[in-house]
Design a protein around this ligand. Structure first.
Ligand code: BJW
Length: 320
């Protein structure tokens, strides 16, 4: 009998690790869609829910070109903080488990990550199987011209962007007239700028443009070559399984890969702390899986059988 439409996901989908292992063993082509929850156990904040505030600002309200235009110093302070935290953090066992899966499956596995924190790159994850659709915190680009700098791991990224608590608090106090800066209040032209733009990092090529983080903000295009690689992988054959890991699956086009994988025949396996807001991965079927908990703990258990324990490496790959 079909369950009623209102039946919650967790009542329909399987939660059995043994059943999942069986599906994993027989899956030839697997794709993962990862989000901020994968890095939560490494101490990095998520975007939505409890972790989604930086100081009094909603993280997502700062991830737009409009925000940068309005107050580039404020946006840079946010990204300076994020760069610092990501450089201090270490990849967790979830990142390493995915790296092992990638090595084991070769072309039969593709990991699409929305994360910009560089943690997966610091595992032995083969780079050709890691698709960074929102780019990385460690690329910089010019807000005015086509200049791009890759792998800039300077911390702080510029002398004007020291991330010590006191100076950041002082700077924000100067700028903020509204204690709960939502996007609308923030875009109010009457709000003063946090740092004089003349003090911020400038483009070495055109010299007048400001440098900005190389990540993909709302309303911006994702890296077209990466999207093409992903499309090509999907087009090669059917897909057996999509792992939807630590993401609210609410931001497009990333969230759309769940549907695309399903159209290619995939079962869905969700790994998330919160079983009730799964975005495009909602509507799980009987043949799908839902594992509620920390991705750093669950992924090693889930992927255990096809990882080569003798060769499993949890050795961090250092930045250059
Ligand atoms: C754990 C855990 C633990 C916690 N273990 N789990 C179609 C329909 C509607 C809108 C659009 C559409 N197509 C495009 C749009 C517009 C827009 C969009 O999607 N808007 C939505 C809000 C609806 N998309 C865009 O603008 C994209 N550009 C684009 O499409 O260009 C063309 C175009 C433009 C305009 C219109 C139409 C076409 C660009 C999107 C760029 C997103 N950028 C950001 C910022 C990146 C830089 C930065 O890092 O600062 O990317 S926003 C932010 O959200 C970031 C993330 O990658 C992304 C996704 O968030 P994620 O990773 O899912 O994090 P959370 O916090 O949401 O979820 C964490 C989850 O983990 C939760 O579920 C927790 O429960 C769980 N969790 N701890 C396991 N330990």
């Amino acid at each position: 009998m079909r369950p009623p439409r209102s039946m919650p996901n967790h009542a329909i989908a399987s939660t059995s690790i043994d059943e999942f292992h069986e599906v994993l063993r027989t899956s030839k082509r697997i794709v993962a869609l990862c989000g901020a929850g994968l890095s939560a156990a490494s101490g990095l904040d998520t975007f939505r829910g409890a972790g989604g505030m930086w100081r009094n600002y909603q993280a997502t309200s700062l991830a737009t070109p409009e925000a940068f235009e309005k107050d580039p110093g404020l946006v840079w302070l946010f990204y300076g903080y994020r760069r610092h935290k990501a450089l201090q953090a270490k990849p967790n066992m979830g990142h390493f488990a995915l790296a092992e899966l990638a090595k084991k499956k070769g072309d039969g596995f593709m990991c699409i990550t929305q994360n910009v924190d560089g943690l997966s790159q610091r595992t032995p994850h083969p780079r050709s199987q890691l698709k960074l659709i929102h780019d990385t915190l460690f690329d910089l680009k010019c807000f005015s011209c086509d200049y791009r700098e890759i792998d800039n791991f300077n911390d702080p990224v510029h002398p004007s962007l020291t991330i010590d608590d006191e100076s950041v608090t002082a700077r924000l106090a100067g700028a903020s007239t509204n204690p709960f800066h939502n996007r609308i209040a923030f875009l109010d032209p009457a709000t003063p700028q946090t740092i004089d733009p003349a003090e911020l990092p400038h483009c070495p090529k055109c010299t007048h443009g400001l440098l900005r983080p190389g990540v993909v903000w709302f309303g911006e295009s994702l890296p077209q070559d990466t999207l093409k690689e992903i499309d090509d992988w999907f087009d090669q054959d059917r897909v057996d399984l999509i792992l939807v890991i630590g993401t609210s699956a609410a931001v497009y086009p990333a969230a759309g890969y769940v549907q695309i994988a399903k159209r290619h025949g995939a079962r869905v396996a969700v790994v998330n702390m919160d079983k009730d807001s799964l975005g495009s991965a909602s509507n799980l079927r009987k043949t799908d899986f839902l594992f509620q908990g920390d991705a750093a703990e669950l992924l090693p258990q889930m992927l255990g059988p096809i990882r080569d324990r003798r060769k499993a490496s949890v050795k961090e790959v250092k930045f250059k």
